[in-house]
Design a protein around this ligand. Structure first.
Ligand code: 6GU
Length: 244
């Protein structure tokens, strides 16, 4: 049997996930059983007639806060079902703009987990006791504010699933991806050799693999220096490369 990763997602908008998870590479990975994705509606874990998930903030202020009870009950119920089936306990991660910044390194770490439970935050906030007593980690996908954690969860799932064994073709170049080595990817070309007078760099047609590798390395570095100098400054590994 292939070892597959289990991802549970807790959301107020389960319908948002149908498109992205049923198409293309993620859709195929799901179909092939390389990843098992399960979407849960937070409202299913309420007990009142109106399926209330939020309430006003103590101390006053605008906006609504997600109540602790449905979140605790949902996570505990999903966890115990998983454990009852003899599967691994999921890592519980809240998607929120207050979280630590998601990056390729974290995607790779998460791709090594057996089970992950993503909680999509919504409204103005979430009761702090959820953060303190229910959640293992908080993740943000960038320094901007989305209406909810759903799109962020899709981004995180996509970045994880493409790293799982067997998801991309055997000849895929995961190691050549931008960010995998702390640098942006080098320029790529395909046929035709000349298009509207624009030529493919002759080095790529030379057949000299060592020279091509060197050119690509230089291109990666200069592109990164120009567009994302912050990547060079923070990565000591590439810093060493640059000084070579
Ligand atoms: Cl994870 N959630 C929301 N609502 N906004 C975000 C985000 C997450 N990451 C960046 N912006």
């Amino acid at each position: 049997m292939i070892n597959s990763v289990r991802i549970d997602i807790l959301t107020l908008f389960p319908d948002m996930f149908a498109g992205p998870f049923n198409e293309s590479i993620i859709g195929r990975a799901v179909e092939r059983g390389l990843v098992h994705i399960s979407i849960h509606n937070l409202r299913d874990y309420t007990h009142d007639r109106h399926h209330t998930v939020d309430d006003c903030p103590y101390g006053g202020g605008v906006g609504m806060i997600l109540k602790p009870e449905p979140l605790f009950e949902a996570v505990e119920s999903i966890k115990s079902a998983v454990i009852q089936r003899g599967e691994a306990t999921p890592r519980v991660v809240l998607l929120t703009p207050q979280g630590g910044l998601f990056c390729q390194h974290i995607a790779a770490e998460m791709a090594n987990l057996k089970a992950l439970l993503l909680i999509c935050g919504h409204y103005e906030g979430i009761d702090e006791r959820v953060r303190e007593h229910l959640i293992d980690d908080e993740i943000s996908i960038g320094d901007y504010v989305l209406t909810g954690g759903e799109l962020a969860a899709m981004v995180v799932v996509d970045a994880i699933v493409r790293l799982l064994p067997g998801v991309l073709g055997a000849d895929s170049a995961l190691n050549e991806d931008s960010h995998t080595n702390g640098l942006l990817e080098y320029p790529q070309y395909t046929r035709p050799r000349e298009y509207r007078g624009w030529e493919v760099p002759p080095i790529l047609l030379s057949g000299n693999h060592a020279e091509i590798a060197r050119w690509r390395g230089e291109q990666s570095l200069s592109r990164t220096r120009q567009r994302r100098p912050d990547l060079l400054a923070r990565d000591s590994d590439t810093k060493a490369k640059r000084e070579n």
